[in-house]
Design a protein around this ligand. Structure first.
Ligand code: DC
Length: 218
């Protein structure tokens, strides 16, 4: 079976960075579920479908989506960089609000998480994708800290962005993700809340390893 670790939290709370580094350190698998919603959004944009119309997403079931070694592939094409474009950020909350899209991706995620020790990060992992996870963590950080982190991501990727726009975009996405009808971003009742506002990546990883070891010792 293996150890199943669910990490949920709002946009730019550090879920994917922490999960990737932790997985590397422990030699576990990692599945970044946000990248799958982003991949579907990218394909929808490329196809030029009416993004608002749920019935136009029937193509999703025929997509071959794979997340491997921190890279995301759609029908064999590496879209790791393309899914981080602002146009994807702006539309991914809408695309991920459709139940039929979620149904396909949740099934894919559950299958991918079946074997071995795995870290799955997203918004609904502790509540929907892995309700029986061995450990559930809900990562948060203040909106200003998350804005700073996302801003630096853009700058490091060589992109010119406006700090206040980064903040507004994050707030809009949080609002949409938390209030949507289908599987909203919500802390599972048995998840451990970890506020990383004043924590470094290394400190956060240490805390999570402690929690894993505690669980294993129970
Ligand atoms: O973690 P991220 O920012 O890459 O996620 C992108 C979007 O995908 C996020 O705004 C909401 C959606 N998402 C979701 O609905 N469920 C998940 N398990 C992961 C992400």
């Amino acid at each position: 079976m293996g150890f199943k670790l669910a990490i949920d939290g709002p946009a730019a709370s550090g879920k994917s960075t922490i999960s990737a580094k932790l997985a590397k350190k422990l030699g576990w698998n990692h599945i970044d579920t946000g990248s799958m919603y982003r991949a579907v959004t990218l394909v929808a944009l490329e196809k030029g479908i009416n993004l608002e119309d749920e019935s136009s997403y029937s193509f999703v079931k025929d997509l071959d989506i794979k997340y491997e070694k921190e890279k995301i592939f759609v029908n064999g094409k590496d879209v790791t960089k393309a899914i981080r474009e602002p146009i994807v950020n702006e539309n991914v909350s809408l695309v991920s609000s459709f139940p039929s899209v979620r149904k396909e991706l949740v099934a894919l995620q559950q299958k991918a998480a079946q074997h071995g020790d795995v870290i799955v990060d997203g918004r609904d992992i502790g509540t929907v994708v892995m309700p029986n996870a061995d450990l559930k963590i809900f990562l948060i950080a203040s909106v200003d800290e998350r804005t700073k982190r996302r801003y630096l991501d853009f700058i490091n990727a060589g992109k010119e962005v406006d700090l206040s726009k980064v903040k507004t975009d994050l707030e809009i996405r949080d609002q949409k993700d938390s209030t949507r009808k289908e599987s909203p971003l919500i802390k599972a009742s048995d998840a451990i809340l970890l506020d990383t506002t004043d924590m470094s990546i290394e400190e956060t990883i240490k805390s999570i390893i402690k929690l894993i070891n505690n669980k294993r010792g129970e």
